[in-house]
Design a binder for this molecule. Sequence first.
Ligand SMILES: Nc1ncnc2c1ncn2[C@@H]1O[C@H](COP(=O)(O)OP(=O)(O)OP(=O)(O)O)[C@@H](O)[C@H]1O
Ligand SMILES: [Mg+2]
Length: 263
Amino acid sequence: MALVEVEQLEKIYPLGGNAFGGKAKGEVRAVDGVSLTIEAGETLGLVGESGSGKSTLGRLILRLIEPTSGVVRFDGRDLTSLSSREMRRARRDMQIVFQDPFGSLDPRFTVEQIITEPLVIHERLDRKTLRQRAEELIRAVGLDASALPRFAHEFSGGQRQRIGIARALALRPRFIVADEPVSALDVSVGAQIVNLLRDLQREFSLTYLFISHSMPVVRYLATRIAVMHHGKLVEMGRTEQITSAPRHDYTRTLLNATPEIRF
Ligand SMILES: Nc1ncnc2c1ncn2[C@@H]1O[C@H](COP(=O)(O)OP(=O)(O)OP(=O)(O)O)[C@@H](O)[C@H]1O
Ligand SMILES: [Mg+2]
């Protein structure tokens, strides 16, 4: 069953306009008529060169930004028609993991505060239950409960990414957009995070949109691969099919551009 359905999604940004009524000089079609589905339990890998529209598409699906036109359905519900109150509830099911584990965690908060913040906002829990949930979450991502009272800046990039993932898991979402979650990390640390994401997918029945410019990583994780180029989907298919018999020249270029990395 399709958990996410995207129909003719479009995001157009005006180019070169200014706040004083200066006329925009053209437009950027960041996402240009994309339609796709993501099946429950699968990982859809989204690849494409820098600026091809991957992050914009991921954020449109989560409705972190508003589309210029098009429809996003989550579990059969049209997200673009929800009120902000309904959207807040729907958002519990849909989380994002960011590329930059340094910028995405607030340095003034302890790890416990960071990972339980979504619970504090959305659920009324007493302190003891919150602490229990924090301990469960931090262990689920392979860290120890001793991390909880510490601050994010005390941790390495890989550990920070684990903390970011724990936070994303706090509300037990069904769908996670991972936007280049390992691009800022060393290859070996990145491989551990990729394996963690794969294990968590099984444990928590997650569906992923996994955005990356690395074909080897996507090939390892993804059930299917979608290839973006200048805001358009140029190719989509099962991982074996895309990697062994790409139909589009652009996909071939991407496959040739990335060296093999073994996990
Ligand atoms: N807020 C914005 N205002 C104007 N243009 C934007 C905005 N956000 C994105 N764009 C433009 O939309 C296009 C797609 O950007 P996007 O960030 O989605 O690409 P990407 O595939 O995620 O790239 P990268 O691999 O570098 O992360 C780019 O041309 C970008 O400059
Ligand atoms: Mg991006």
